[in-house]
Design a protein around this ligand. Structure first.
Ligand code: NAD
Length: 345
């Protein structure tokens, strides 16, 4: 297969690119290496995954922007399967600077869709959407509050399904730009017959994730704890997410690519069996490092969801997929990777 991975130098994109390269496919990664700049962070690791993928002979690296249609178009035309992963990823940054968020997430996606429409061929596309499309409607769901976590209960005990309302709520600019792209993806599948999997992902974590305070909390907590950096919790720390180790995510994508499923929206995460609260993750890391982690608490962030758990029953039924890596095993793997690569930070 000829595989195009936008955002291929990022965390998820680099794992997707490696997976298909190891299976002897021809892979192009298309990334403008803007993660650090977009997120206004001093991240000297922006090139780490890019350099790592340079070791694969069947991966071609293109340093370009998804906003540049002329540059993107030939790569879309050439590909059989496209993973559209490039994105501005931080909610906080989207609030401070909504325009670059819109340009990359909404316009960049529109460019990609126009490129495949104009190719005249039927393409298979995987799109990285997000649970943020449901905005803070999720906060109306009945919750149980315990000492260290919130738990969804009542009608949504099994998690949030794909049919959950996206209307009449706060989204943040990030939620809006990703929802725009999510809807355009669905429309291009219906109107022009492309085979598109829209994966509304909860919290993905794993190796090669350069998390920091505003994005990638699982990796950030591990990195901060190992490097002795201060950790601030926004809210009460009982926020819960279903967490999914990146290899399980790539397996879900591959199930879609290899299936004959025509089009689908899939809520994707660890599901009810793989959830973590911030405080639970802190306890897990404290056990590993053998000492307490000092925490500072601040106000809730805008539109933060107290508990979000994906109802993954559709993905399980349609794709025959389910998560295989427990939070304990996944966090241990991430912890070992950060420990072995401490010089990166
Ligand atoms: N990590 C998660 O938990 C999570 C959850 C839900 C959705 N997502 C979505 O998954 C995608 C990937 O997330 P990630 O965690 O791997 O983030 P990441 O920041 O590690 O990767 C994104 C990559 O896209 C590139 N990029 C950004 N703007 C670009 C542009 N205009 N042109 C070309 N490349 C550009 C960046 O340089 C970066 O390498 C994003 O679209 C994000 O919204 C991630």
């Amino acid at each position: 297969m000829r595989v195009l991975v936008t955002g291929g130098a990022g965390f998820i994109g680099s794992h997707v690119a490696e997976y298909y390269a190891r299976r002897d496919n021809e892979v192009v990664i298309y990334d403008n290496l803007s993660r650090a700049r977009l997120l206004n962070c001093d991240d000297r690791n922006a090139r780490h995954n890019w350099d790592y993928l340079g070791n694969f002979k069947n991966i071609r690296r293109v340093c370009e922007d998804v906003c540049n249609l002329a540059a993107l178009e030939p790569h879309c035309r050439h590909a059989d399967v496209i993973f559209h992963i490039a994105g501005q990823t931080a909610v906080t940054t989207s609030v401070q600077e909504p325009r670059p968020d819109f340009e990359t997430n909404a316009m960049g996606t529109f460019n990609l869709l126009e490129a495949i429409r104009r190719s005249g061929e039927r393409k298979t596309v995987v799109y990285c959407s997000t649970n943020k499309v449901y905005g803070d409607n999720v906060n109306d769901v009945e919750l149980i509050e315990d000492a260290k976590r919130y738990t969804l209960t009542g009608q949504y005990k099994q998690g949030i399904p794909e049919t959950f309302s996206v209307d009449h709520c706060k989204h943040t600019p990030y939620g809006c730009s990703k929802l725009t792209a999510d809807l355009y993806m669905q429309e291009w599948a219906r109107l022009y017959g492309h085979r598109i999997g829209v994966f509304r992902m909860s919290c993905i974590y794993g190796t090669r994730q350069f998390g920091f305070e505003d994005q990638g909390w699982v990796a950030w907590f591990v990195i901060a704890a190992l490097k002795g950096r201060p950790i601030t919790i926004y809210g009460d720390g009982k926020q819960v997410r279903d967490v999914l180790e990146v290899s399980d995510l790539v397996a879900a994508y591959d199930r879609f690519v290899m299936s004959d499923s025509p089009h689908g929206v899939f809520n994707t995460g660890g599901g009810v069996d793989n959830t973590l609260s911030l405080l639970e993750l802190i306890s897990m890391i404290e056990q590993k490092i053998g000492k307490p982690i000092p925490l500072k608490f601040m106000d809730w962030r805008p539109s933060d969801q107290k508990a979000y758990v994906s109802d993954i029953r559709k993905a399980t039924t349609v794709l025959g997929w389910k998560p295989g890596v427990s939070p304990a095993a996944g966090v241990a793997k991430l912890f070992d990777w950060v420990k072995q690569n401490q010089a990166l930070w």
